[in-house]
Write a protein that binds this ligand. Structure first.
Ligand SMILES: Cc1cc2nc3c(=O)[nH]c(=O)nc-3n(C[C@H](O)[C@H](O)[C@H](O)COP(=O)(O)OP(=O)(O)OC[C@H]3O[C@@H](n4cnc5c(N)ncnc54)[C@H](O)[C@@H]3O)c2cc1C
Length: 802
């Protein structure tokens, strides 16, 4: 038994350190030789030789193992449509691949330089963005105008807010992804309608597509006009019969001859389409239209069914109906349907010209990868920071039972959740932007942050609404949260609806693209030269076996030792989190391979499994982003509670998701072993955030602290007394200034030097008895004045305005 144990421990060490197959065979043979000196066992040698000789001889190995495995894989892999293939191949992998691997190389994350604003970008934020925010009155926009005021539209165009991603040589601002996000975030903290209006032309849309795929003529014509707002773009993909499954659009473009600008027999496309939900559509001057292109008469080539294509079409082209508006949950950004009936366009309106026909889906998927990482995460961060700052302040200002409501334990809980989630949101936003600014295009991460950040923002705002009570519910110019609350479902639905993103996209794409070998194995299946395919497959499949074994050993060892001996970055505050991520990453990688082996191609349809895998990997990503942000910000001492809460919360969520997935994977006894023996041999070690953190974090929001300023950095803040949020900011400061005075009075009341209450007579008595001085009394009066201003809600005479 001892020798058997020595044999398996040696095998495990070799697998863990990924020693080559030949070396491992020789080392194991040496162990057997030593054992044989004391007692020779023929059976043991026979088993050893039977396993290790064939796997070390490529010809034998291929015949016995690789070939059957190749055919099995061919039979279980589902057919993939071209759109699925292109969606799968869009973008790259980055830190997500490290987390999927089970053994993340921390240098990939920690050596990434944090994005910083250039002087010019900072000046734009402090100048035009600040001014734009000061011009925005969200109630007026959403209620009275149902649009941005003309002056705001003009200001946006004049200062090139729509040209942030357009290079300077075309008259744009050529800002970094980070600057772009900071600008959208700031605007979104003032008005979501304005933020969406600015966001869309810089996100997935004509400018982005032109930059990557446009012809020189198209770029020269459109980009300068888009940069200055002379052209307002919209991007039309979705239609009544093609929502999440946009690739199924029935909109067509048929190559034919037609009349264009008085010229007869122009070669072009006749288009018919029906689109809806198109942002900026009602005011757009140019549509980026996605349609399926056909060439039945072979006028441009051999192919009849060319595929999804994108064209840039001026909205005043004959046959187009556009201008009607949808009413998206009281948000006032422009959004509406459009139709085209027998619209004839020349071929050079195809985005990218004839070279790009049929490449539309690939273009969209590639652009989505970056767009999805910037706009909605910026909006989510803006909304969350805004809620933390204002509702946190409101919890200090608002008094019930003679106490600020923020001091009640019940309110501390949602306050802590809001701050913790906001810390996570901002970490994921900034770290992802740093990666983008270094040229990475991580598509799985873009899906993770779109889903996670919008969901977490939803929780922050909902918690905020609960704390605001009636003041969040009664709409009007004074209500700063109600409209934000209403607009949340828009963020959840657009750029990949969240349910679909979680249950289909994150793990569906990740398991293939981020896995170090699966994608290469799949690619051999479609190779024409079958001998070459088998040779490559053999190499990959053996690496894959080694990889599975390593993750199994690693999961078990790290589970047994709670990863305490693992060398990772980090200090006394953070090391255990780095270790936890690495441990869960190994477990995740091992469980992923198990799921792939037992479910094969049917994993694609197992959305409950896929969704839980997505939760696990997403939380590992968020936690690593938190650690990176903490490091990039110089590990500020007063952010420690936020960092601890965020790490404990995400690690716990990752663990629970993994436990859940192991519970529902098929072949229950094996899945049980994976759970209880290999991945969690000593039980589930991670807990939800410690209770003591709740009080510490809540008090960050309830005081005028550096940590609070850092947490809410980048949003629009003003101290104008009659402004929606300015009055909250002023009241917060006034209430805090009066707190030490109130304390003196309370102490005197406790000592029975003063009677109960806090009315005018009592304050006068306090001054007369020299418990407080006149200046201090003035602080209390000012706090009360500001408090009553801050808690006011709107009422309307007669009918409630709709
Ligand atoms: C305000 C607003 C602005 C928009 N702007 C634009 C724009 O500018 N341009 C544009 O082209 N489009 C735009 N859209 C469209 C948007 O991208 C779509 O609404 C989105 O793709 C979802 O389509 P759908 O609304 O038809 O929902 P559906 O596709 O019908 O989805 C309904 C639900 O089913 C879920 N679901 C669907 N398939 C699956 C699956 N396989 N697994 C699990 N769940 C699934 C979804 O997650 C969703 O929860 C906008 C939409 C809105 C509301």
């Amino acid at each position: 038994m001892i020798w058997l144990a020595i044999f398996f421990i040696t095998l495990s060490v070799l697998v863990y350190h990924q020693i080559s197959l030949l070396k491992s065979t020789l080392i194991l043979a040496a162990v057997l030789v030593v054992y044989s000196i004391s007692s020779f066992n023929l059976g043991l040698w026979a088993v050893f030789l039977l396993i290790f000789i064939p796997i070390n001889i490529p010809v034998l190995r291929s015949k016995i193992i690789s070939k059957p495995a190749y055919h099995w894989m061919q039979s279980v892999m589902p057919e993939m449509s071209q759109t699925e293939q292109e969606a799968l191949e869009a973008g790259d992998t980055w830190w997500d691949a490290q987390l999927f691997s089970g053994k993340p190389n921390w240098d990939v994350l920690l050596n990434l330089p944090a994005s910083k604003l250039s002087k010019e970008e900072q000046a734009f934020l402090d100048g035009p963005t600040e001014t734009l925010c000061s011009m925005l009155d969200d109630w007026d926009i959403t209620h009275n105008l149902q649009d941005l005021p003309e002056s705001v539209w003009e200001y946006i165009k004049q200062h090139k807010f729509c040209g942030m991603i357009i290079p300077k040589k075309y008259g744009g601002l050529e800002f970094s992804h980070f600057a772009h996000s900071e600008i959208v975030m700031k605007i979104s903290s003032r008005s979501s309608s304005a933020a969406v209006t600015v966001m869309v032309p810089n996100s997935l849309g004509p400018a982005k597509l032109l930059l990557s795929y446009g012809t020189e003529e198209q770029k020269d014509y459109y980009l300068p006009r888009l940069a200055t707002g002379q052209e307002i773009p919209c991007f039309a993909l979705t239609g009544p019969n093609a929502g999440s499954d946009a690739g199924a659009m029935p909109d067509t473009g048929v190559v034919c001859y037609g009349t264009h600008k008085g010229k007869k027999k122009v070669l072009g496309i006749r288009l018919n389409w029906e689109k809806r939900y198109i942002t900026l559509g009602p005011v757009a001057t140019v549509i980026g239209l996605a349609f399926k292109m056909y060439d039945p008469e072979h006028l441009i080539g051999e192919k009849e069914n060319i595929g999804i294509t994108v064209a840039l079409i001026p909205t005043d082209t004959k046959g187009i109906s556009i201008g009607n508006r949808h009413f998206p949950l009281n948000a006032a950004f422009q959004n509406g349907p459009n139709w085209g009936k027998d619209v004839f366009i020349p071929l050079d309106w195809i985005l990218g010209g004839l070279d790009q026909v049929g490449n539309g889906w690939k273009m969209l998927m590639e652009s989505l990868t970056t767009g999805r990482s910037i706009s909605l995460p910026a909006l989510s961060a803006g909304a969350s920071k805004f809620t933390c700052r204002n509702t946190g302040a409101y919890a200090r200002i608002r008094k019930q039972f003679n106490l600020s409501i923020g001091e009640f334990e019940g309110i501390e809980e949602p306050l802590a959740r809001m701050a913790g989630e906001t810390y996570i949101i901002n970490a994921a936003r900034t770290v992802t932007l740093s990666a983008l600014d270094q040229g990475e295009k991580p598509s799985v991460i873009s899906a993770i942050i779109k889903y996670e950040l919008t969901e977490r923002m939803r929780r922050v705002v909902t918690d905020g609404m609960d704390i605001q009570g009636g003041s969040g519910i009664c709409l009007g110019p004074k209500n700063y949260l109600g409209r934000l609350y209403q607009v949340i479902p828009v963020c959840i639905t657009v750029e990949g609806a969240n349910i679909l993103t979680r249950t289909m996209m994150i793990f569906g794409q990740g398991a293939v693209r981020c896995h170090p070998l699966i994608y290469q194995e799949i690619q051999t299946l479609s190779m024409e030269d079958k001998d070459k395919a088998l040779t490559q497959f053999d190499e990959f499949i053996f690496k894959h076996m080694g990889y599975i074994m390593r993750n199994k050993v690693s999961s078990f060892w790290l589970g047994l030792t709670c990863a305490k001996f693992l060398k990772t970055p980090g200090d006394s505050h953070t090391k255990s989190y780095y270790q936890a991520i690495e441990r869960l990453s190994a477990g995740f990688a091992f469980a992923t391979d198990y799921a792939i082996i037992v479910l094969g191609g049917s994993l694609k349809r197992k959305e409950r499994i896929s969704g839980r895998f997505a939760d696990a990997i997403s939380n590992l990503y968020l936690c690593s982003a938190v650690l990176k942000q903490f490091q990039d910000q110089g590990c500020p001492e007063d952010d420690l509670p936020l960092m601890h809460w965020a790490c404990q919360h995400t690690i716990f969520q990752a663990q629970q998701a993994l436990v859940e997935v192991l519970r529902i994977l098929p072949f229950k006894p094996i899945a049980w072993c994976l759970n209880r023996v290999i991945i969690f041999p000593l039980g589930k070690p991670y807990r939800s955030p410690e209770d003591k953190l709740i009080h510490q974090i809540a008090s960050i929001l309830l005081h005028d602290t550096k940590a609070r300023d850092r947490l809410t950095q980048g949003i629009y803040i003003n101290e104008i007394e009659d402004d929606t949020t300015g009055r909250i900011e002023c009241a917060f400061k006034a209430v805090l200034a009066a707190m030490p005075v109130e304390k003196k009075i309370r102490l005197a009341q406790k000592n029975k030097t003063l009677p109960k209450g806090m009315d005018d007579a009592l304050l006068k008595m306090a001054v007369d008895k020299k418990i407080i001085n006149k200046k201090e009394r003035a602080l209390i009066d000012e706090a009360e004045r500001m408090r009553s201003l801050a808690i006011k809600v709107d009422d309307f005479p007669g009918k409630v305005p709709i």
